[in-house]
Design a protein around this ligand. Structure first.
Ligand code: SF4
Length: 116
């Protein structure tokens, strides 16, 4: 061929071009993911600890956890928080009103129960 593509060549180039996403497609995908995120983690907006902040929930090894647990007691999403910590295996700090050791005990009990 001399400088021009055959009709078949143009067709192949078009065929193999990756699909282009439109801005609407990208926006829809983003909104879908955002909705899923809010469905799964929207409870965090109601967390009592969000009003307090600080490092209270992440004490150094051996430091007391009482202050954090007192706030957790009145937290409206305590159950969701504990489920999240147990699901994700996050072992650092106080989650769902329980210390790392307390959550580890729950995990071990569940594992023993599952193995029985
Ligand atoms: S239960 Fe969880 S979300 Fe609620 S205050 Fe305690 S750490 Fe925060």
């Amino acid at each position: 061929m001399s400088g021009s593509r055959s009709r078949t060549g143009v067709h192949l180039v078009t065929y193999w071009r990756p699909r282009q996403s439109s801005a609407d497609d990208i926006a829809q995908a983003f909104l879908k993911q955002l909705a899923e995120f809010r469905r799964r983690y929207g409870w965090m907006d109601r967390a009592a600890c969000a009003e307090v902040g600080g490092d209270t929930w992440f004490p150094e090894k051996g430091e007391p956890t009482d202050a954090a647990k007192q706030v957790c007691k009145r937290c409206p999403v305590k159950a969701e928080c504990l489920d999240f910590a147990l699901e994700t295996g996050d072992r650092h700090g106080v989650w769902g009103g329980l210390s790392e050791r307390q959550r580890r005990d729950i995990q071990r009990a569940r594992e023993r129960q599952a193995a029985a």
